[in-house]
Design a protein around this ligand. Sequence first.
Ligand code: GLC
Length: 535
Amino acid sequence: MSTTTSAARAQTVLGNDDWWRDAVVYQVYPRSFADGDGDGTGDLSGLRAKLPYLRKLGIDAIWLSPFYTSPLADGGYDVADYRDVDPRFGTLADFDAMIAYAHELDIRVIVDLVPNHCSDQHEWFQAALAAGPGSPERELFHFREGRGDLPPNDWESIFGGPAWTQTPDGQWYLHLFAPEQPDFNWDNPAVRAEFRDILRFWLDRGVDGFRIDVAHGMIKADGLPNVGKAGDERQVMMVGRGELPYFDQDGVHEIYREWRPILDSYPGGRMAVAEAWVPSPQRLARYIGRDELHQAFNFDFMMASWDADSFRTIIDKSLMEADLVGAPTTWVLSNHDKHRHVTRYGDGPVGLLRARTGTLLMLALPGSAYLYNGEELGLNEVLDLPDELREDPSFLRTGESRDGCRVPLPWGGTPADGFAFGPAGAAAPWLPQPASWAALTAEVQEDDPASTLNLYRQALAVRKSNPALGGGAVRWLAAPAGVLAFEREPGIVVVANLSKVPVSLDAFGGKALVTSGPLTETGELPVDTAVWLQR
Ligand code: GLC
C-alpha cells in the first residue's frame, strides 16, 4: 500500500474564482458538434440548442475550438479575423446568445486563442504581401531572404515540409504549421497590443477563459538559427525538446505576464489553460502561477498503454508534476488532434468497454478533466474516410490524418444517411458518419440505462455530489497484478481490472456507485471493467 499526494489543494470547497481547478470541461469542435441551420456544418445556434443536453450531461464548462472567421485551412486554427464569427458558424449575435444561455445553465465558456499564427487571409498578412520587402507591414510576420534557392533556414513545418514559403517577390515567410498559417512576429509591439485587445474583446463578451493554442510557440530565437538535422529523424515535433529555436523560448513568459493582469482585472475567475509541449515539468512550471497562466494540459494520460503499470506510473508522475508545477493537473483521453480512445484501446466492443473504464478512472482523479465531444456517446475513430474527403493539412504532407475524430456527432432524429446530424431535412454532414453510428445516436442512448451516455451522466453526477473527488489525494490500495485500486477522500474506492481474469471485490468492500460494465453473476469485476465503490 502506498500513498501519493496530489497537487490539488486540500480544501474541498473551492471559491468561485477557482472553478477551473476541478472542472469537467467539454470540448466542442464547432464544425462537428451540432448543426442549427441544416447546411451540414455545425454552428453556434446548434450548440446553443444542445446546451440543455450538456447541462444534463453534468459538465461544468465548454471549451470551444475556433469559430472565428477562417478559410478553415486547418479547421479554424487559421484565423482571418479574431473578432468575428465565421459565417458558417453564425454571427457575433449567435455567440452572445449562446454564452448568455450557457451562463444561465451554469455552464462556463472557454474559447480557443490562436496567437502563434493567423490565416494567410488575415488582413495584416494580405497587406504584408502587397506592401513588399522592407515594409512595416512585413515586420508583423517573419519575412526573410532565402539562401540562394533555399529557404532562409532549415526549420521544418509540424505538418511536414519546410517551414518557409516563397512569395512571388522572392522573399520567404515563416509558418511552423501549414503555409496558410503565417507566424506572427511577436517581437513587434503591434502584435502584442493587438492580442491584448483581442483578449479584452472576448472577456468583455463574457468568456470565462482561454485555451492557448501552441502556448510554447510565439517567440523565436534571435537570428532564427538553424536547428541542424540529426540524420533522417523528423526535426519538428510539438515538444520543445529544450533546444528548438522556435519553441519554449524564455521570452514567451513576458507575454503571459502581460496577459495575466488583463484576466485578473475581470471578475469571476477568468482563466487560461496552455497547450504547451515542453520537455520537463520544470519548464512547464514556468508557464503557471500567479503572474502567468492558470493551468496546462497534461497529455500523458492519453498516451498510456492499456496496462495497469502504465496507468499507475502516469497517474503518479502527473500528480507529482502537478505538485511541482503548483496547479492541479488536467486529464484528457480524447481531443480533436488524436484518435478517439475507443479506437486506441482496440475498437469494437473491447475498445468501447476499455474506453468507458478509462473514463471512470479519469473522472475519479484529482484535478480537472477535459472531455471531447462525442466521447460520451462512445464514438470510435472513423478510419475509413475516403482520402478525397479528408481536410487535415497534415494528411496531405505526412499521411497522418486527424479527420477521423472530427466526424459530426450523430444526434438521431429524422433519417439522413440513416440518422441525422442536423435538423429535419438537413444537408448531409460535412464528413460522412459511418452506418454503425445509427446504434450510437444520442437519441438511441437517451433512455438506455446501460448506454455510454448514461454512464457519463451517472459518473458526472456522483462527481458533482462529492466535490472532494476533484481534489485531495490518491491512496493506492493493494490489489492483484493488473488491477488498479485506489481510495479517494469521500470514501470512494476505484477498482479497474486491466488483468486477464475477473477479480473479486470482497477485499475492497462498499457498494457499487458506478460501473463501466456489468459485474459477473457472482459479483466479480470482469476483465477491462472499472467500478466506483462507496465505503
Ligand atoms: C494545436 C491545435 C491543432 C492545430 C495546431 C495549429 O496543436 O490543437 O489542431 O492544428 O495547434 O494551430
